[in-house]
Design a protein around this ligand. Structure first.
Ligand code: NAD
Ligand code: MG
Length: 390
């Protein structure tokens, strides 16, 4: 039987890896919606290749080029954020959420409302609105499967185990592009230098977030939200080889570690075939050739974003939305050359401290309140950046 699948963020790194897996077994899938941003040629190419029902660009001004590129293909087109979200209500039994940033939340929620299986790569959804995501899934009988490699690893290590027996969850971090740089050099780091991940090929924003460990901060919060473990049960371990993706420690002292190559198609394929394990012709690990795996504790001076994650978890409520909004604004500032690499965490820390008086922790989490907190945080981050520039 063919399965109807949609991919949100089809032109990105996760989206393309997902299409690669679907391409290996084309008879098994019917591609419903593919969405993208400004890379119209990639979106149109994928839509033609997979004969998607509809291709949607998130940006109105890109509609005309998309329409032109898909002329005569029989693929419907649409544009704008609302059209992207609307496409998530097209019936599909598996939907990949791989838009980058807070823009991924609304389509993900809409997908859950149709009771589908949502493969969640967009980490911002759980960070900004974890309780809302889980409640929406529960109400509509939908399933959320983690795609972020650490969370897929935890999910796999927990299979067949009871959460009461879990003592701690450890997620690993490569240390990012600057892990071997002297601390003093960090403040002069450029976006180009931060965009070179030592182990993975990913989108630019997540790659820079890996260098600053804002990515790991998001993942810590994501772990708290998805698995319901307490903040003090979540640990981060620097592991430069990035082959052990996460470990779960149980009350009997045993630890289950998930080990695998640097290839997101493993986690995507796991989510695509769940609950069965797929046959995946991907590279196999040769541990003898690798020889050794290294681990060390993260230095919070070097990676202040990690400390912020624990502050955000203590606040709860809309603190995650504010944290992510401020982080996205600070990242934009860094990319635009307005902010030094090391100032991103200062700006985000300022915003969080600033907003802690706004009763973020007590607010109800709705799509609207999350948007509002995100917008306020971006504005405050702008103010903080302007002050830093003076
Ligand atoms: P990417 O930058 O390569 O792709 C992002 C996708 O989102 C593209 O299709 C782009 O067109 C689309 N997009 C961008 N802005 C948009 C907007 N405003 N509205 C709608 N669509 C928009 O990113 P990626 O590396 O594929 O990451 C996607 C998500 O998955 C992120 O949340 C990231 O943190 C998460 N993730 C990625 C990896 C990875 O290995 N790449 C691993 C774990 C988690
Ligand atoms: Mg990850």
């Amino acid at each position: 039987m063919t399965r109807r699948v949609s991919i949100f963020g089809a032109t990105g790194s996760i989206g393309q890896n997902t299409l690669d897996l679907i391409r290996r077994d084309p008879e098994a899938y019917r591609v419903v919606a593919l969405t993208g941003g400004r890379n119209i040629s990639a979106l149109a190419r994928a839509a033609r290749e997979f004969q998607a029902e509809i291709a949607i660009t998130a940006f109105d001004e890109c509609h005309e080029p998309l329409r032109a590129a898909l002329e005569g293909s029989g693929v419907e087109t649409a544009a704008g954020a609302a059209a992207v979200t609307e496409a998530a209500s097209r019936p599909a039994s598996w939907i990949m959420s791989a838009i980058v940033g807070a823009a991924g939340l609304a389509p993900g929620l809409k997908a859950l409302e149709q009771g589908t299986t949502l493969a969640l790569a967009n980490k911002e959804s759980l960070v900004t609105a974890g309780p809302l995501m889980l409640a929406t899934a529960k109400t509509h009988g939908a399933t959320i499967l983690p795609v972020d490699s650490e969370h897929s690893a935890i999910f796999q290590a927990l299979r067949g185990e009871s959460m009461e027996t879990v003592e701690r969850v450890i997620i690993t971090a490569s240390g990012g592009a600057f892990r071997d740089w002297p601390f003093e050099r960090l403040q002069a780091a450029t976006p180009e230098e931060a965009s070179n991940h030592p182990n993975w090929a990913m989108g630019q924003r997540i790659t820079i977030d890996s260098a600053s460990m804002f990515n790991k901060a998001l993942e810590v919060i994501e772990t708290r939200e998805f698995f319901g473990v307490a903040p003090d049960q979540i640990e981060v371990l620097i592991h430069p080889e990035s082959l052990v993706h996460a470990l779960v420690g149980f009350r009997d002292g045993g630890i289950m570690a998930h080990v695998g190559p640097h290839d997101m198609r493993h986690a995507i394929g796991y989510a695509l075939s769940y609950p069965t394990r797929p046959d995946l012709a991907l590279d196999r690990l040769d541990l003898a050739a690798i020889g050794q795996l290294n681990f060390s504790a993260p230095d919070l001076m070097r990676y202040p974003a990690l400390g912020l994650a624990y502050e955000v978890m203590a606040m709860r409520g809309l603190a995650g939305a504010a944290f992510n909004g401020a982080k996205e604004a600070a990242l934009d500032g860094f990319l635009a050359g307005r902010l030094r690499f090391t100032d991103m965490a200062c700006v985000v820390g300022d915003v969080i401290e600033n907003m802690s008086g706004d009763r973020l922790g007590n607010a109800a989490i709705t799509l609207e309140s999350v948007r509002e907190a995100d917008q306020v945080a971006r504005r405050r981050a702008e103010e903080s950046m302007s002050l830093k520039q003076e």
